[in-house]
Design a protein around this ligand. Structure first.
Ligand SMILES: [Zn+2]
Ligand SMILES: [Zn+2]
Length: 327
């Protein structure tokens, strides 16, 4: 499924099967998750995407060919391909353990072709071998919703009372990890989304309400998955002194001005950008053994436009996942 220009629907197109170059693997895609970031790329809210482009950065599949100099991964392995597709290894960020901020980074399904396809190529060094407890469809959302959600959770620090704004794919995974860590969970959905609030409570939130409501007690940290800038002052107002508000999305509507009083008391507002390979290793260690319950809505690859619409309208409970060859 090909994005030819932003704002246009994706079009089904027969492309030649890509050939893996040195260091790359060719993957027969088993499943590819649909992330809100895909919407921002498709809508042109993120600048300078590759065009035409195959979207999708939560790819799970089987390696069917490998270029020269591929190590660690061999033909037949099941791998996951995340958002971070390539880094330079030599900039000041790469050299200081912050490859997520690499100035020359390339991203899967944005500046590199991704996984809304039957085949994908990827630089093997950035792929993960996946825990067998998750089948392809259930593993796909781990690769961004899970992984970047996990980075956001780490950025929230030791917070006991954790607020989550926007209860979609990432939140439903992070909520389960947070509960396992013994944190108390407070979920904020679109006002009136009673079904979403019930979903959050089923996953361990002790309170769920609309994002226009105040939680029953102050939060120690909040993670914003919803791309709504007005939630930043709202979350600060709900957060205790010393607490952190983490903005986890790649794009957000403008943040309205707010009184310094909301920030005073050593509250912190920060963002989380991309991921490092070390985040991925830590996350997969955390979710292996006793698997998380991943809620998915599998859809045929050819229904990619409908899947994007469902994510846009917040109707997906958990994560939408595209499956080639189904339907
Ligand atoms: Zn994503
Ligand atoms: Zn770099």
């Amino acid at each position: 499924m090909l994005l030819q220009s932003p704002g246009q629907p994706l079009r089904p197109i027969e492309l030649e099967r890509p050939a893996p170059q040195a260091g790359e693997i060719l993957i027969a895609v088993g499943a590819c998750g649909v992330c809100r970031t895909d919407l921002h790329v498709a809508d042109g809210e993120l600048p300078d995407s590759k065009l035409p482009l195959v979207l999708g950065h939560e790819i799970v599949g089987t390696v069917v060919a490998a270029g020269l100099n591929v190590r660690r991964i061999t033909i037949g392995d099941r791998v996951g391909v995340p958002w971070l597709g390539w880094t330079c290894g030599s900039c000041r960020f790469c050299l200081s353990g912050r490859e997520n901020l690499c100035v020359r980074a390339r991203f899967t399904g944005y500046t590199l072709d991704g996984g809304y396809a039957e085949y994908a190529v990827a630089d093997a060094r950035y792929c993960f071998l996946l825990p067998p407890e998750y089948d392809d469809v259930h593993a796909a959302p781990l690769l961004c919703a899970g992984l970047i959600g996990y980075r956001a959770l780490v950025a929230a620090g030791q917070a006991e009372r954790l607020g989550i704004y926007g209860f979609g794919a990432a939140a439903h995974i992070v909520a389960q990890v947070a509960r396992r860590q013994g944190r108390r969970l407070f979920a904020f959905t679109r006002p009136g989304d009673v079904e979403g609030q019930r979903f959050a409570q089923d996953l361990g939130a002790e309170w769920a309400g609309g994002s226009d409501q105040a939680p029953p007690e102050p939060l120690d940290a909040a993670i914003l998955f919803a791309p709504v800038g007005a939630l930043v002052p709202a979350a600060l107002a709900a957060t205790e002194k010393g607490g952190t508000v983490v903005c986890a999305g790649i794009h957000m509507s403008p943040i309205p001005s707010f009184s310094y009083e909301l920030l005073w008391g050593e509250r912190v507002v920060r963002s989380v950008a991309n991921l490092t390979r070390a985040d991925g290793e830590a996350f997969f260690r955390a979710v292996t053994g006793s698997p998380l319950e991943i809620s998915v809505e599998p859809m045929p690859l050819l229904d990619a436009n409908a899947a994007l619409d469902r994510v846009r309208s917040g109707r997906v409970r958990g994560a939408a996942v595209l499956v080639p060859g189904s339907g």
